[in-house]
Design a protein around this ligand. Structure first.
Ligand code: HEC
Length: 683
């Protein structure tokens, strides 16, 4: 009997704090009260369409969805909601619809990003994760020293120097005020470290200041040198008078980057959001100073009376990522939004980035913050995330280990446990790919001097910070199975149809009236990735035998086993698997419209077939058609079924070319598929 199990990848998603809030709060009540009757309790659709399938009849942008809700479609049965709901409520519904869509897509993403045999696969590079070290609290930032040691900033205070597999405590670093999200948040080497030895630390300090009788703190920056694991020569580079300290435990920002003798750094709004728009306050801003702490006389706000002189921008909520694009010299930033609306910004001096006047997010409890997402005189983000991923450290990748990623911006996501790769062209974000998911909260990302990418991950229980390295998996060693002019390495078995080579292709003619003919490899293969082009003409179906068997007890020794179907009939189940001489269809394409549409009858079609352990994955012309788990046969031949001619069918032929196989470590080169696995194992 055939058992069919649909594996739901959702169980792989660990508890995520910020994302746990999704679907809760008053916006959920709004939705259930006004919208669920037509669009379904889970937005799946009913009288009105699904709001989570990413298919928009009336426009997919935030502005168009807002308009759909506000103006309604009276002719189609949806009343205008403007007047019933205010602008803020409509805006929260748009964010809510985005969040729910994200949840619907999360299953597919989680499945796609799960490692196979320890290998993570992405659009361009496959990699493994190697643990380098761990510290006993949150690892917030790291920096590479020229002697290959790595400095690690542990949030509750300690600075470590990791060398030769051991973490050495650097003694004498400043005492940090570990309050809420505060602590030791940044470590970086001066660009001329080799000459001057300066190392910069960013942290939250308490200098005895109070706000409304409560202990208060703020971001400070020092520089010093390390000698024999002692912190020496310390100098203050930046600190804030006590009157500006706040008692809040949130939004410290505190990332920095050097450029042309300047030090750029960030301070979050410290939970006092209106201050982000106030030029007399240091909160919610990007700052620029000289690397020795002096104020540049041409800073954008210096001439304004009472303005905080180090300000470079305003309206930044909680910027925890800052880096220079090495190709253009531009300064890029990421900042946390509230619920929804995490941003990536291109930072320019004197610009207002809008928080809290404009935002793509809403309050955490689901109540509206503002309906404004843009305003004259305030910059738009280059990219934003709804729902939030909880953006943290960023890094433009520079290195030779992942050549196709060069110049891309890597972005750490904490709540989402994701590492994103943003492709930037002419100052615009043109692609956002998740390259890592579900391995822990990602706090920081950095290109190492060895060309590898390093990430700081955080396990929640226990709350340890871990440093991992992404190691590239080397290029695959493909082997050709067809030399283009002979049938060397192949046998024609079972029937008597003609197989020949013509014009660089194998041509198999459907001829034998009694028996199936098979063209099979002399060698057997266990785990492999097979790629080839096949064209079939005529009415007869054909197939590609995978791990073919020639066992005398079954079918009188005739070829049998897994067969990837090439289906010329109207149902077009090409790319499914039929077990010849066994259980019949293991994976048909019934009801799988996208997969069925991939096949072009009577044309050349490109196939990619992965048989790795008990997992089979197939793509037809790049479209995933099959994801199957089965445990019937572990190894066998590769072959082509040349169908016997039946009386009512007129004949045809099969053309085969560009046949190549990867049988050495194929698991390192497997591709991810968006299809859920169907399981036909005899469990
Ligand atoms: C009485 C039924 C009904 C209710 C209640 C209702 N809608 Fe609709 N909605 C519809 C119909 C019908 C359409 C148009 C579908 C079509 O074009 O086929 C629609 C379309 C939409 C669209 C555009 C979808 C697209 O594909 O572009 C959005 C967005 C939407 N509704 C959101 C809402 C929200 C938010 C609420 C609650 C405030 C709501 N609707 C309440 C019936 C309803």
């Amino acid at each position: 009997m055939k058992r069919l199990l649909l594996l739901t990848p959702l169980v792989l998603l660990p508890a995520l704090s910020a994302q746990n809030r999704i679907g809760t709060g008053s916006v959920n009540e709004l939705y259930q009260t006004y919208c669920a009757s037509c669009h379904g309790e889970n937005l799946e659709g009913g009288q009105g369409g699904s709001l989570v399938d990413d298919f928009w009849k009336h426009g997919s942008s935030d502005a168009e969805i807002t308009k759909s809700i506000a103006a309604g479609f009276p002719d189609l049965g949806m009343v205008p909601w403007k007047g019933v709901l205010d602008d803020e409520q409509i805006r929260s519904l748009v964010i809510y619809i985005r969040e729910q869509g994200q949840i619907a897509r999360a299953n597919a993403t989680t499945a796609k990003t799960q490692p196979q045999g320890g290998v993570f696969s992405t659009d361009h590079h496959n990699f493994t994760l190697e643990k380098i070290t761990q510290v006993e609290d949150i690892l917030w930032s790291m920096a590479f020293m020229p002697d290959d040691s790595i400095l690690l900033a542990q949030r509750d205070g300690p600075l470590w120097r990791h060398a030769d597999g051991v973490n050495h405590l650097v003694e004498g670093t400043p005492e940090v005020w570990q309050h809420g999200q505060g602590g030791l948040l940044e470590v970086a080497l001066h660009p001329d470290y080799a000459e001057n030895g300066w190392i910069y630390l960013g942290y939250s300090e308490n200098i005895g200041a109070k706000e409304a009788d409560k202990d208060a703190g703020m971001t400070a920056i020092v520089r010093g040198r390390i000698k024999d694991d002692q912190w020496i020569d310390q100098e203050y580079i930046f600190r804030v008078p006590g009157e500006f300290h706040t008692s809040s435990g949130v939004h410290y920002g505190t990332r920095f980057v050097f450029q042309d003798g300047y030090l750029f750094f960030s301070i979050g709004d410290r939970g006092r959001m209106q201050m982000a728009q106030d030029v007399t306050k240091p909160n919610g801003k990007i700052h620029r100073i000289f690397d020795d702490g002096r104020i540049p006389p041409d800073n954008p706000f210096v001439s304004q009376p009472d303005a905080y002189p180090s300000l470079w921008t305003l309206g930044n909520r909680n910027p925890q990522g800052l880096d220079i694009n090495p190709a253009t010299g531009e300064l890029w930033e990421t900042e946390h939004g509230p619920r929804g609306g995490d941003e990536t910004n291109l930072i320019e001096g004197g610009v207002n980035y809008g928080w809290p006047t404009i935002t793509y997010g809403m309050n955490y409890n689901g109540t509206p913050l503002t309906h404004l997402t843009e305003k004259e005189g305030m910059a738009q983000p280059k990219h934003y995330w709804n729902p939030s991923i909880a953006v943290c450290g960023i890094d433009f990748y520079e290195g030779d280990k992942f050549p196709d990623w060069n110049g891309d911006l890597f972005v750490a996501g904490m709540a989402s446990q994701e590492l994103h790769r943003l492709v930037i062209r002419d100052g615009e974000v043109v692609k956002d790919e998740i390259v890592l998911k579900g391995q822990g909260r990602v706090r920081d990302v950095l290109s190492g001097p060895d060309g590898h990418i390093y990430v700081a991950l955080n396990s929640r229980d226990p709350n340890y910070g871990e440093l991992y390295r992404l190691n590239p998996v080397p290029s695959p060693q493909w082997q050709s199975l067809f030399d283009g002019h002979s049938l060397d390495g192949w046998d024609v078995v079972d029937g008597n149809s003609t197989v020949l080579v013509d014009d660089g292709a194998i041509v198999a003619v459907h001829q034998d009236r009694e028996a199936m003919t098979y063209l099979v490899t002399e060698q057997t293969y266990a785990d492999f990735i097979l790629e080839l082009d096949v064209k079939v003409i005529g009415d007869l179906n054909s197939g590609i035998l995978l791990r073919g068997q020639h066992d005398a007890n079954i079918k009188g020794g005739k070829s049998h086993g897994y067969q990837m179907e090439i289906d010329q009939s109207e149902r077009q189940w090409t790319g499914g698997i039929y077990e010849e001489g066994g259980r019949g269809w293991l994976y048909s394409l019934e009801g799988k419209e996208t997969a069925r549409a991939a096949y072009q009858p009577s044309e050349w079609n490109h196939y990619r077939i992965e048989a790795i352990g008990e997992t089979f994955r197939i793509w037809v012309n790049g479209v995933p058609t099959l994801h199957l788990r089965d445990d019937q046969t572990a190894a066998g031949t590769i072959g082509f079924q040349i169908h016997s001619l039946t009386p009512e069918l007129s004949g045809g032929a099969m053309y085969i070319r560009n046949v190549r196989i990867l049988s050495e470590d194929p698991v390192n080169h497997h591709q991810s598929t968006t299809l859920p696995a169907e399981d036909t194992r005899e469990l």
